[in-house]
Write a protein that binds this ligand. Structure first.
Ligand SMILES: [Zn+2]
Length: 162
């Protein structure tokens, strides 16, 4: 427990969790932390006090500004680290983008797979276990797309009426 707290303190809580890519099933390690925690708050407070004494050699109210800047920098760093790390390096699948815009996510995966196909170094890496596309899956996807299109049409007609 104490070890965990210490490692969290020095690595911005950068403990990584083992998991598998939802698309290509490659083993991966992802950061679970998305924002600042209590340790980062304490570290930012301590850091701003140190900086205050370095700059002004006495208590200065500008320390609050330094504290906020340090905390914002930590939040931005931790969030970007999580966001960049969540994208699969092997197939380019981005689960966050997939939830917002599945079409764009699939285009990015296609682009990444094209890059991988044309890169001779990928011949030496283990092959990806990509999902197999069966006729049933294609039919189901077409039905879902058709239902979505109808729903979109209905909602646009409804909004015109209102
Ligand atoms: Zn992947």
């Amino acid at each position: 427990m104490v070890d965990r707290l210490f490692s969290d303190f020095f690595t911005f809580g950068g403990s990584r969790k083992d998991c598998y890519c939802a698309f290509c099933r490659s083993p991966r390690k992802v950061y679970t932390k998305k924002g600042v925690n209590l340790w980062n708050l304490i570290a930012a407070g301590f850091g701003s006090l140190v900086l205050m004494y370095v700059f002004w050699q006495e208590f200065d109210p500008r320390v609050l500004f330094v504290f906020v800047v340090l905390l914002a920098a930590a939040e931005i760093f931790i969030h970007f680290r999580w966001r960049l790390n969540i994208v699969c390096k092997h197939c380019g699948f981005d689960p966050v983008l997939y939830l917002k815009n599945p079409q764009l996510a699939s285009e990015k995966v296609k682009a990444q797979l094209d890059i991988r196909k044309n890169n001779p170094a990928s011949l030496l890496s283990p092959p990806l276990q990509l999902p197999k596309v069966t006729r049933e899956k294609v039919e189901m996807a077409q039905k879902a797309e058709h239902a979505m299109a109808i729903r979109k049409k209905q909602s646009s007609l409804l909004s015109k009426q209102v």
